[in-house]
Write a protein that binds this ligand. Sequence first.
Ligand SMILES: [Fe+2]
Length: 302
Amino acid sequence: MKLRSIELSLPGAAEAAAFLTDIWGMAPAAVEGATHYLRGSGSYPYLVALEESADCYVRSTTFVCTGNRLEQLKASVSAAGLVAAPVVSEDPGGGHGIIVELAEGELLRFLVDADEVAPIEGHDLPVKLTHVVFNSADAEMTGHLVEDALGFRVSDRTKGMVFVRCNDSHHSTAFARAGISSLNHIAFEMEDLDAVMRGIGRLRDSDLVPAWGPGRHGPGANVFAYFIAPFGPVIEFSTAVNKVSDDYQAGEPDDWTWPAGRIDQWGISTKDFDGLRAAEEKFRHRRDWEAQPLDVLTEGNI
Ligand SMILES: [Fe+2]
């Protein structure tokens, strides 16, 4: 199971795409109708889809998995009683699978048979998405839900977040204890620490400074630099998140505390709490499809 892409709708999709290519450092992948697709250096056909719309919202966050894993998901999602539907992707790469709505409206799409593309060169390109984080009214509940209904695993709990993995990367998603349900941020995996720092410099050339960072997180130990994108959401340069084993012991909030005055391992970062919070409230979840039964394989129809 791997995180692949996020699909957003927003006003000014072309301007947002121009920011992500000209300043943030992505490469254009395709424009289809009113949707701009942007890619990184890795093998996914795109990482971010930006669909022109009157409103800002998240259409889906897409994972790719094997056929066996998809069959498990269909069974566990149906057993959990979640709103879901079969889906055929019309985005670059195609593929088919299911889309699922979690309890607070988060929309996760799981695809199989999605095509990949040849990697491209460019040491300032993001490689891929490393995590997409959501705000939750009840992050603890959602952490349990994704374990039960999706087979994900909680890696760590802190005072602010429930970190969740779907492979050996410490987290591919997380749910922030935020009191609201929305997109918290999108994190791009950079080639290395230098690529993160060059990214900060590139944004500085356009008079944009980090809203938090640079720094190194506690859980996952990844390097980070968060920005409030001109088109609204919080986006992050990141690198070097920890790999964890199946028997990783999930930490609890008391295991993850900082000395007074510190909010990262290096002790150098400052954080624009108010600015970040305002940006996190902009992209909510919006489901534009109806629930349909999933074609769950049982002994009777295998
Ligand atoms: Fe992050």
